[in-house]
Design a protein around this ligand. Structure first.
Ligand SMILES: C[S@@+](CC[C@H](N)C(=O)[O-])C[C@H]1O[C@@H](n2cnc3c(N)ncnc32)[C@H](O)[C@@H]1O
Length: 251
């Protein structure tokens, strides 16, 4: 009996560590959260308060290539507003079947090229077919992973994600890698359906607000600063973030 009482008295002392708050231990909150109660169009994984959408499978490629897309999304106006220059190195991340890659590739000739990154082999094959059919030869297809697009550090002038960022399974890790791949002064462009506009006919988890996108991309460790939102498209924001100079280290 006495032993039992002694153990009971000592127990809270032995386990005092559990009473220390996570903050006192120096632990940080987990980056991602799984929730059982979620939108059926999302994967049940949350990042900075928003749910991540399902990745569009390769069977969705005909939708990306639909005839009405130019009228609905004004892709030529999108590409024009990027003000690409001859010789630019452009990464089209989540390039899909290459609709945007092909449009951009023509703008950066001579010497410039588009790196078309995707996680699905079927999309990359279709991208190559589409480029060949259109006579475009300055697109380099690259297979990325869910966490990294396989781009060399400080090598890219412009990285664009059209209707892609909201479906990254690991947005933090992707943005860490993409920001690392940017040349100083390089631009990251997110093209996302406007969450702020309820008349945009797209499922909620496939939309993003400007506020949310800025909070996610402008994290100090990425060294990216929002510089403009080009609001010329009928349904999407064009959010532009610019790579800042690396902070100078003192000896
Ligand atoms: C909705 S489609 C958009 C395709 C293209 N940007 C367009 O607008 O025509 C999204 C694409 O992003 C790709 N994707 C999703 N997560 C990715 C990741 N972590 N890295 C590279 N591509 C990814 C998908 O495989 C899919 O092809």
């Amino acid at each position: 009996m006495r032993v039992a009482i002694t153990v009971m008295l000592l127990f809270p002392l032995l386990w005092a560590g559990d009473n220390v708050t996570a903050q006192e231990k120096g632990a940080t909150a987990p980056r991602y959260e799984k929730r059982a109660d979620h939108d059926p169009n999302g994967i049940g994984k949350f990042y900075m308060g928003r749910e991540i959408a399902h990745v569009m499978g390769y069977l969705g490629a005909p939708w990306l290539e639909r005839d009405t897309r130019e009228e609905e999304e004004r892709l030529t106006l999108l590409v024009k507003s990027l003000k690409l220059k001859p010789g630019d190195i452009v990464a089209d991340i989540g390039a899909g079947s290459g609709v945007i890659s092909v449009l951009m590739a023509e703008q950066i000739l001579p010497n410039g090229y588009v790196i078309g990154v995707d996680v699905q082999d079927e999309m990359l094959l279709r991208l190559q077919d589409n480029a060949r059919q259109k006579g475009v030869s300055n697109i380099v297809p690259i297979k990325g992973s869910q966490k990294a697009p396989s781009l060399a550090p400080r090598s890219v002038d412009l990285a664009i994600m059209v209707d892609v960022y909201h479906e990254f399974e690991f947005p933090y890790e992707m943005m860490q890698e993409i920001s690392r791949a940017m040349k100083p002064g390089g631009r990251i462009v997110l093209v996302e359906y406007r969450m702020e506009d309820p008349t945009v006919p797209i499922k909620l988890v496939h939309k993003m607000s400007q506020r949310q996108a800025k909070a996610e991309v402008e994290q100090p460790e990425f060294n990216m600063k929002w510089t403009e939102t080009i609001d010329v498209l009928p349904r999407q924001h064009i959010l532009v973030f610019t790579k800042q100079n690396e902070p100078k280290l003192t000896p």
